[in-house]
Design a protein around this ligand. Sequence first.
Ligand code: XMP
Length: 205
Amino acid sequence: MRVPGRWRRDLQCVLISEDQIARRVRSLAREIERELSMLPGGELVVVSLLNGTVLFLADLIRHLQRPMRLDFMGVSSYRQGTAPGKLEFSRGLKLDVRGRDVLLVDDILDTGRTLHRVIRHLRQFKPRTIRTCVLLDKPARRVKDLKADHAGFVIPDVFVVGYGMDYAERYRNLPFVGVLHPRMIASVPDGKRKIGPVESREGRR
Ligand code: XMP
């Protein structure tokens, strides 16, 4: 699929189209339903990590039939550009998950640091089970021994945006997943990355 004209300067290609996402999200929901049906009944608590999951979550849960409650957690990695940084919780759980089956939803499993940290955090609240569901799995960069229970697509080691995922808070509204053009990510001499043309258009954040 061609990159829509408006985004041609920013994106290298469309990695996953809107149609492919829609089909896979429906089949992921079926997979999750099947798995949950093997557990003794009980209310599901879906815990979604902000902000990258917004579109994925909205599409996924409308295909889940069983009763559920929904909660959000905020995890900031203070990343510089596309490089991961130190993890901190910016929003904690509001619901009591003790004895519940938790479905933890994230946009992308990359190094695995985020999900690893969040699972460790959730365990202290004694849920009955914690299952994980991610839209994208990027195994090439994994540093934690972690596998998602449900993953939509396995992708190569490229920086993706769209369908909720951002670069410097931009591109979340794209209905597809695209590969960010490397020229949008400029290297600086100290080895960190800074925002490229995106930044120079609208000033530093
Ligand atoms: P880790 O490395 O902790 O990464 O598994 C998880 C979080 O990092 C963000 N991330 C990305 N965001 N495009 C993005 O827009 C990417 O290619 C990418 N890789 C990692 C994301 O917030 C994810 O939850």
